[in-house]
Ligand binder design. Structure first.
Ligand SMILES: [Fe+2]
Ligand SMILES: [Fe+2]
Length: 352
């Protein structure tokens, strides 16, 4: 009896056509997917000589927006090593991105499988899946072009990756918070790198610009989805969700942002430096907090911020002010030392 009630509630939650405002917002997002989308092999000139990956190209040096790039240990390394670390890091970020997106696609398709006929969620989820498939193609091509055999996600997460999309059907709210836990940090770092305006390799620049443009829509959908449903949750599941959200954010963010073990071994990076970068230094702590300003706003607005949840946000070290509106620029800025990038030699002047 209880089970039938639960299934009935689950089915009812899938019906959204009575909410005109939500239907309209989803229609706008779907139209956006039709009118503004990118193809990895038409919109990126992989064969253009300007896109060649050449040895010792300083455009791969990590910038201040990257947690590794802003650390004094990294900045004190010889240029060749900074370039090698930069290439490995960027290739791995792309690989982690595609691993994450592969999990997301499986979850979205699983969710869409059950939505009723006529639901605007079906169309939007499929548009987003198509875009994410294109992103995985684009990211894998970037890894191949860079030519570094990077592992991507940490091993444990790869092993449990087939299980994660299964949450999308019985517990879609937790799944979509998980989506934000992956999309917000990647988007935050990519936007910061683009805003910095450093001289980037065209592969990086193009891939990131395309990704940021389409990701805005995906993040919007996850916010819309959660804003519609979380406030209608009964008290107990809402309380449990409020505790699970900060833990999900912190665990997934660390898994996505932190390079895997082989990175630290390969470049002989001291343990202390690793600790400072993720996440002991004040800059690293600030970044961790900044990444989730929009999610904190979402939790405030949907009743997921109670005293115990607040404490968990604090324990996870991702607490802070909530954004006043989505994508609000950070209000707290820590001074970052100026980079000696201007002095970096041009590719042809560096011995291969
Ligand atoms: Fe993506
Ligand atoms: Fe996405």
């Amino acid at each position: 009896m209880a089970r039938t009630k639960m299934i009935r509630r689950w089915r009812r939650n899938m019906e959204v056509r009575d909410d005109n405002a939500y239907v309209e917002r989803l229609a706008t997002l779907s139209e956006g997917s039709v009118n503004r989308n990118f193809s990895p092999y038409q919109d990126i000139e992989w064969d253009d000589p300007a896109f060649d990956v050449i040895p010792n190209d300083p455009r791969w040096v990590l910038t201040n927006s990257d947690p590794v790039g802003r650390h004094p240990w990294y900045q004190a390394q010889p240029l060749e090593k900074q370039i090698a670390i930069g290439m490995w890091r960027q290739a791995n970020v792309a690989k982690v991105g595609l691993h994450f997106e592969s999990i997301l696609i499986r979850g979205l398709l699983g969710y869409a499988f059950w939505v009723p006929n006529g639901s605007p969620e079906y169309r939007y989820c499929l548009h987003e899946s198509v875009e994410e498939c294109n992103h995985t193609l684009m990211f894998q091509e970037m890894v191949n072009q860079i030519g570094m055999d990077v592992p991507g996600m940490p091993r444990l997460l790869k092993w449990i990756s087939p299980i994660i999309p299964l949450f999308a059907v019985p517990t879609p709210l937790l799944f979509f918070f998980g989506v934000l836990a992956g999309e917000e940090p990647i988007d935050h770092v990519q936007k910061a790198i683009l805003r910095e305006g450093a001289d980037l390799h065209p592969i990086m620049e193009r891939v990131m610009a395309i990704h940021v443009a389409e990701e805005a829509r995906h993040i919007s959908f996850a916010h819309e989805y959660l804003r519609k449903r979380v406030p209608t949750l009964r008290r107990r599941p809402r309380f449990l969700l409020s505790l699970a959200v900060p833990v999900t954010m912190r665990v997934l963010c660390s898994a996505i942002v932190k390079p895997p073990r082989s990175f630290w071994r390969e470049f002989d990076i001291p343990k202390q430096v690793k600790k400072e970068i993720f996440f002991k230094s004040p800059e690293a702590r600030q970044m961790l907090s900044d990444v989730f300003g929009d999610v904190r706003m979402l939790c405030h607005d949907t009743g997921l911020m109670n005293p115990l949840a607040r404490l968990i946000w604090k324990i996870c070290r991702i607490s802070g002010d909530a954004s006043r509106y989505r994508s609000e620029p950070n209000r707290t800025h820590l001074p970052i030392a100026a980079r000696p990038l201007a002095a970096a030699p041009q590719p042809e002047s560096i011995p291969a």
